[in-house]
Unconditional design. Sequence first.
Length: 366
Amino acid sequence: MRSNLILFLSNASIMMSVIFIPLFADMVGASRLEIGIIGASYGLAIFFSSYFFSRASDMRDKRAFLKAGLFIATIAFFMHVFARDALSLTIVRGVAGFALGIFTAPLIAYTYESGGKLGMFSSYGALGWAVGGMLAGVIAHLADSVVPTGSLVPYWAVFALSSVFFFVSLVVSFNLPEVEVKPMHVPLFPAALIRKNLWVYASMFLRNTGAFSIWIIFPIFLMELGANKFWIGTIFFANTYTQFIIMRRLDIKSDALLIKAGLFISGLVFFSYSLATKFYLVIPLQIALAFSYSFVYVGSLLFLTRRNEEKATSVGILSSVISFSMVVGPLLGGAISQMWGFHAVMYFAAGITFLGLAIALVLEPS
């Protein structure tokens, strides 16, 4: 299915840049707090863009938003090559986040409406993350071997390839068949929809705030444990490829149970990161985290699309929630690590994830 290929290519592109943004930011002189701000600009742009365009796509042809987002992403991800300091990188990441917010929820809703299985569809996104992470690690490692130490060329190569992948996604999007769906009116602020699904949104926000507080400093943490760029890519690959395998098998009825199991495992993994003394000890934790995220994410998509007529809007709000956690998480992760170190970030992430689990247990409708 073409939508699976688009998700695969776009997620590969996203992961290529995500892995090395903290290291690239460090190379251009950003402090840990500034690295958090750079990550927050990306999440904030997705938050506003996803909320607005997901609602709009429930009222119009979703394919138009998909093409527009992929076109802007093609340009935005190539623009990373021209970032030379913390300010310019913050702006570029904001533009990239805006582009992602345009097409993500419409693509998910389009897939559901055209008869695609969301577990299988999500697995291709995870496969994209896996391939993108591995490609980024290999390309950066090979470039390191032929350019002077401290050069930005390895990062530029990764950013350029991510732009190419988005361009291929754009080309594929022009061949998506039309799906007949009755347009609906969606209020600008769908309060009833939010209340109906509040436990899903709240638990996902807390879990992903913890996750993104870790991810913004994770590559630097891994380098302190002895990993090089190749191993950083491999460690991310272990997580994302495992997600690909798991998500394909999660189109099941017990969506709420999936979410709660994922929250519990996530909290355990976040705490366990603090116990790692060598980078290779993180690999089994990455595999466990793949189970947890697969459960939470696919469970949330199944819950929302099965129980809401406003499918793109409900999924778009979820995307906005996740992107808002990309704002709060990196800011907190950068600030906490600046003041108290990496382990404090992991304790924080575990704590708020278990808080999300408590909310799910209390608020989930019977």
